[in-house]
Write a protein that binds this ligand. Structure first.
Ligand SMILES: *Cc1c(COP(=O)(O)O)cnc(C)c1O
Length: 463
């Protein structure tokens, strides 16, 4: 293990023989072999051939604090020696869980003071579905079961969470969505805004929520869930008019608002939560990913005083996971939050890193293949297009050019991901100005090479 490993080809052969990968075309991967990552330090990862790769995606939007922080390792080791496991189900608690609940209540918006622990973002959203429906039943309104979410939103991969999500490709596998989940359109101005200005479009898309509530009847609608900025959908930064209008609609109707902060939480948008950045007042926040900076798995639902009061007064809430509030994960989360706070990492991300990255990232819009270059905090997106003026899509079909670009980015030792023909980044919050310069330099090289290849292969055609 570690550095003293087999040749890459042997590792790839074992991987292909036995490892079923998540969100992967297995035959396609096994034909070429997985890139095998050996170690990480700061914002860089190293593969089995010794390449130093700038991780523009923080793993999967989670390694906010960067790789290689020994304090988190020590926190895990200390907790494993002291108490590697105990449950929080049947009238017991332990110190890491109660301390972490207290800390999250301090960090979260003012009325969110109660924490239900889960193992991941997906099962946190499953917790939310059950808690929301149970909440309304306890309030004597059991017919309020419908949860409204958005097309192209991402809320996880379990039956419930994937149903909340608006990924049609996921719904097509395994019999989704589950009943009483309803989707409205996303605030993607570049992709769907037509002739409207971004501000007009933001209002129009928010009003789809009001129209849907009226269509279904307020007595049927339990909640609306959304990411402050859609992540996996392609870093869709909503027009500024969108969230104030959504908040107005939620205030005007008796429904709960769930902010899925699994990506936006813990500094990603330049503040502790996306809800802070956009002045959202949620009743429930879903968190995971950056909660532990990905060093160990953990998720949580942070809920309001009102929701918690109703659930607590309603007898047993028959829901939970063996690993709800796992002490090792909680200890790592506490240490992660301590460092993010005491080293001013979240504060600096908002004050210094985000503005610098924004300036550099937005300059990529000058590239002939880039339509919009949008960014919020430390999550950015490039829409690739053969015609900026008309915001046209490539005739080759969504994802063809994006995938070509992603492949070149990997070759250039920069992890950028593609979502269709959008290229996205979400680097660790600890990235420096110099490292941002490296990121941009590699991104430009990647765009140039992709542009040349697209032209050479006759793909420079509008749909
Ligand atoms: C990643 C993600 C999830 C799911 O989290 P997992 O830990 O992968 O289960 C849920 N919501 C959002 C917004 C996410 O980005």
């Amino acid at each position: 293990m570690l550095d003293n490993h087999l040749p890459t080809a042997d590792l790839q052969a074992i991987d292909a023989a036995h490892h079923l990968h998540a969100f992967t075309d297995g035959d396609q991967l096994n034909a070429k072999g997985a890139r095998i990552i050996i170690k990480g330090d700061g914002v860089f990862i190293t593969d089995s051939d010794g390449n130093q790769i700038l991780d523009g995606m923080s793993g999967l939007w989670c390694v906010n604090i960067g790789y290689g922080r020994d304090e988190l390792v020590e926190a895990a080791a200390r907790q494993m020696r002291q108490l590697p496991f105990y449950n929080t189900l049947f009238q017991t608690s332990h110190i890491p869980a109660l301390e972490l609940a207290q800390r999250l209540a301090e960090l979260a918006p003012e009325n969110l003071n109660h924490v239900f622990f889960n193992g991941s973002g997906s099962d946190s959203n499953d917790t939310n579905i059950r808690m929301i429906r149970h909440y309304w039943a306890l309030k004597g309104k059991p017919e309020k079961t419908v949860i409204i979410s958005r097309w192209n939103g991402y809320h996880g991969s379990t039956m419930g969470a994937a149903s909340l999500g608006g990924m049609k490709g996921m719904h097509a596998q395994g019999g989704l969505p589950i009943p009483d989940i309803v989707h409205i359109n996303q605030p993607d101005w570049w992709g769907e805004g037509g002739e409207l200005s971004p501000e007009e479009f933001g209002i129009a898309r928010a009003r789809e929520l009001e129209a849907k509530i009226e269509e279904l009847g307020e007595d049927r609608v339990a909640a609306f869930i959304a990411e402050p900025v859609q992540g996996a959908g392609g870093v869709i930064v909503p027009p500024d008019s969108y969230w104030p209008e959504i908040q107005r609609i939620c205030d005007a109707h008796e429904i709960l608002l769930v902010a899925d902060e699994v990506i936006c939480g813990f500094g990603r948008t330049g503040a502790w939560f996306g809800s802070d950045t956009y002045n959202i007042r949620p009743d429930i926040m879903t968190v995971a990913k950056g909660l532990t900076s990905g060093y160990v798995p953990m998720g949580a639902s942070i809920v309001s005083d009102e929701v918690s009061e109703v659930i607590n007064a309603g007898g047993e809430f028959a829901h939970g996971y063996t690993y709800s509030g796992h002490p090792v994960a909680a200890a790592v989360a506490l240490e992660n939050l301590r460092i993010l706070d005491e080293e001013g990492i979240v504060e600096r991300a908002g004050r210094d890193i985000a503005p610098y990255l924004k300036e550099r990232w937005e300059s990529l819009a000058e590239h002939p293949m880039v339509g919009e270059a949008t960014i919020k905090g430390l999550m950015g997106s490039l829409a690739l297009t053969p015609d900026k003026a008309s915001r046209a899509k490539f005739a080759a079909g969504s994802g063809t050019v994006g995938y070509m670009c992603r492949e070149r980015s990997f070759e250039n030792n920069l992890i950028m991901r593609h979502v269709g023909d959008r290229m996205i980044i979400a680097p660790p919050l600890v990235i420096s100005h110099d490292e941002i310069d490296i990121l941009i330099e590699r991104a430009i090289k990647t765009l140039d090479e992709t542009y040349a290849a697209v032209k050479a292969e006759g793909l420079w055609q509008s749909a």
